[in-house]
Design a protein around this ligand. Structure first.
Ligand SMILES: Cc1cc2nc3c(=O)[nH]c(=O)nc-3n(C[C@H](O)[C@H](O)[C@H](O)COP(=O)(O)OP(=O)(O)OC[C@H]3O[C@@H](n4cnc5c(N)ncnc54)[C@H](O)[C@@H]3O)c2cc1C
Length: 475
């Protein structure tokens, strides 16, 4: 049922100091950066096609030529998409902030599968085209190309690495793998891209067709490598060294949920906001090399960072055994789920289960004002509620309304509401809790299918797409 946790305790908005708002980090990168980066990506693809045309690509003399020429084009497109893919996942701050993690993950899948399909088409078309013009069999042409053309054995190894990455990324296979195993295999994509490079340089006509083409391809490979080194390795290493985070406190919130507070140097200089997350490595023994993503569960105060994690496996389970003084390495902050992304004055925060953590931090950072912030906290059972005292205290300070929605999920239809509220329409329920929801930013975090239901309900209640912000706690 819908239960207001704070209705009686709500203070009058007058007298709540607006100065409680913290200014922890920069504003979000504007959404037009997303359009700009997409336009640059398309421009690169078009440039590759124009290089192919300028290099005599349009040669369709006979069927064999036609097939080979299409093989060259698909190979070039596969390469440029693969490199764009590397750039997309290099965590370049402007790109990461413009897109947000959820959108990036969606585009990453789309570009990745497109690049892979084009690569398979490239291999098939080139082999068939060469076999047709030489009058030999497809198998013998394939073997001859691999064994005699420079760089082709490496390219074959690169292809196998990419096949491995793609096969393990198909949803059915992915859910069977532990995250670490999947992630390790996924890193083979870098190997695949690296091993494919030599055959493009040594045998790819289009790489050597003009000085412009050569400079372009070398430049793109260098940019991809540079971005990965700078933003995935160097920046996290510098931040970890600069801030020297250590565990300061460990608080057991419930049998399965633990809060960890970390202290560090010059944390006021870390450009982070409530709602964002880091990849954390706790240097407390074996397994420390595995990074785990956790969102901040408190607004950053310039002295400490705080996370609250639910034990679902070995990485999250170790939170409760951490000892004060343990060194912590960070990658991040990441994510667009922060107040800088807001396009409205008022806010509706909707968190389910442990998805409450970034909502708790956001509630702390958002300005005070009578019901300017409404927080919906969805759990399966009353016992699953965590951080309730903090949430109620914050709600009181901020004049916010907190509503807990408790009950087991509806198995008959996709809904963000529990089964016992199955008679209510999803959008109608949001409107009951926040009648002006269409004029609010809506922040959503929780289990992915549940989040989809909330997002659909928000859209149906009149919230525009740009005012809906989400973060999935899954990869
Ligand atoms: C952006 C983001 C923010 C998150 N914030 C919180 C939080 O504030 N509190 C909380 O309790 N949980 C949070 N999670 C979920 C948390 O990261 C996983 O529960 C945890 O990593 C599980 O690891 P494990 O070793 O305990 O279990 P495992 O058995 O290794 O993993 C269980 C599941 O966790 C996910 N997972 C594990 N490692 C990663 C990773 N490095 N990247 C993405 N997904 C991973 C996978 O879906 C995996 O299937 C967040 C996840 C993401 C992606």
């Amino acid at each position: 049922m819908l239960r207001s946790m704070s209705a009686a305790a709500l203070p009058d908005a007058h007298g709540i100091p607006m100065s409680t708002v913290r200014t922890a980090g920069p504003r979000a990168v504007p959404l037009w950066w997303r359009d700009l980066s997409a336009a640059v990506a398309w421009a690169l693809v078009l440039f590759v096609v124009s290089l192919w045309v300028a290099g005599g690509g349009l040669s369709f003399g006979n069927a064999a030529d036609g097939i080979t020429t299409l093989g060259r084009l698909t190979g070039l497109l596969a390469s440029v998409l693969l490199l764009l893919q590397v750039l997309l996942m290099a965590r370049i701050p402007l790109v990461e902030q413009a897109w947000g993690q959820d959108e990036l993950a969606r585009v990453h899948r789309l570009v990745g599968f497109s690049s892979f399909n084009l690569m398979l088409a490239h291999i098939a078309l080139i082999v068939v085209g060469y076999a047709a013009s030489a009058g030999s069999s497809v198998v013998s042409t394939f073997v001859e190309q691999v064994l005699t053309y420079p760089g082709m054995l490496l390219a074959l190894a690169g292809t196998i690495a990419l096949v491995l990455v793609v096969v393990t990324s198909i949803r059915a296979a992915r859910t069977r793998l532990r995250y670490e195993s999947w992630h390790l295999l996924h890193l083979y994509a870098y190997l695949g891209a690296g091993l494919a490079l030599p055959h493009q340089l040594w045998t790819g006509l289009d790489f050597r067709s003009s000085a412009v083409a050569t400079a372009f391809w070398w430049g793109l490979y260098a940019a991809a490598l540079g971005a990965v080194l700078a933003f995935r390795l160097l920046l996290p290493a510098l931040r970890s060294a600069r801030h020297r985070l250590v565990v300061a406190d460990v608080v057991v919130e419930s049998p399965s949920v633990t809060t960890v507070v970390m202290a560090g140097r010059s944390l006021h200089r870390l450009p982070v906001r409530a709602g964002q997350f880091f990849q954390w490595r706790f240097l407390d023994g074996p397994g420390a090399s595995r990074a785990k993503p956790f969102s901040l569960s408190a607004a950053p105060d310039g002295r400490t960072l705080r996370i609250t994690g639910e034990a679902v496996g070995p990485g999250s389970d170790r939170l409760r055994t951490l000892r004060p003084g343990t060194r912590v390495l960070i990658e991040g902050p990441y994510g667009r789920l922060h107040a800088g992304a807001k396009v409205r004055r008022k806010t509706l925060l909707v968190g389910a289960g442990i998805g409450i953590t970034p909502m708790r931090a956001l509630l702390e950072e958002l300005p005070a004002g009578r019901e300017d912030t409404v927080l919906v906290y969805r759990v399966g059972r009353q016992d699953d509620l965590v951080l309730t005292d903090e949430l109620l205290d914050l709600a009181q300070d901020k004049g916010a309304k907190v509503v807990a929605v408790v009950g087991h999920r509806n198995r008959e239809r996709a809904s963000w509401l529990p089964a016992q509220l199955g008679h209510l329409d999803d959008a109608e329920a949001l409107l009951r809790i926040a009648p002006d929801v269409a004029d609010r930013d809506v922040f959503v975090c929780g289990h992915p299918p549940w989040m989809d239901a909330v997002q659909q309900a928000a859209r149906a209640a009149g919230v525009p797409a740009e005012a809906v912000h989400s973060e999935r706690f899954s990869y």
